[in-house]
Design a protein around this ligand. Structure first.
Ligand code: AMP
Length: 216
């Protein structure tokens, strides 16, 4: 199964991608996570990406295309995967098509997690995540609170709020989403790959809608 999850920032892509990856035993490739890790480790990719990520702009296509392409150049490239947060522009979508077709790994489906802008702004301010590598659990003060506020249920690390989850940054990320990422929807619709599902409700309900849409 080879899936792309698309949706506005804060729509729950990361949460659903982690669930699908665990339950279907497919690799989760989240470019936002990869970039944040590179920034934390101060790698050259991290240093180049940092100024864009901090203000909620997209990092240049070449940089993120290279990150994803490298993963597929390796011998242990995943045959099944869920891409979360990539592609985000038409240029990235076309790069992905080239990479996947060169390894004969056609996409199974693209899932849009649809959530309106007002709901997104409400959601992101309550979002907390575990910074520990290998854990990366996420919680939300309203919809999925941790047992002890700000402490990760899974590994008891003190959680952090993302720099780019402040209200003004989120509004600007939404503007970027509508301008650069929404054009992917007709692109994948033309390729008969697009499945739209409502991204509101309980995490398990949304997961079920996704499973139904994917007929898995
Ligand atoms: P995310 O965690 O997916 O919301 O991504 C966080 C930030 O990482 C975004 O606001 C962008 O600055 C950057 N980013 C992640 N994925 C991409 C991508 N495919 N193209 C460009 N920038 C990206």
């Amino acid at each position: 199964m080879r899936i792309i999850l698309v949706g506005p920032p804060g729509c729950g892509k990361g949460t659903q991608a982690k669930l699908l990856s665990k339950r279907m035993k497919i690799e989760h490739i989240g470019t936002g996570d990869l970039l944040r890790e590179a920034i934390r480790n101060e790698t050259s990719v991290g240093r180049r990406a940092k100024p864009y990520v901090e203000v909620g702009n997209l990092v240049p296509d070449e940089l993120v295309n290279d990150l994803v392409s490298e993963r597929f150049q390796r011998d242990d490239r995943p045959k099944g995967f869920i891409l979360d947060g990539y592609p985000r522009t038409l240029m990235q979508a076309k790069n992905l098509d080239t990479v996947l077709s060169s390894h004969s790994l056609p996409l199974t489906a693209v899932v849009l997690l649809d959530v309106c802008d007002t709901e997104i702004v409400k959601r992101v301010t309550g979002r907390w995540s575990c910074p520990k590598l290998g854990c990366k659990a996420t919680f939300h003060t309203l919809s999925n609170p941790s047992k002890v506020p700000r402490i990760c249920d899974d590994c008891q690390t003190v959680m952090v709020q993302r720099e780019d989850d402040h209200v003004e940054t989120v509004k600007s990320r939404l503007t970027v989403y509508h301008k650069d990422t929404v054009p992917l929807l007709p692109y994948y619709e033309q390729h008969n790959l697009l499945n739209k599902i409502h991204g509101t409700g309980e995490i398990e309900e949304i997961y079920q809608s996704m499973v139904n849409a994917l007929r898995i």
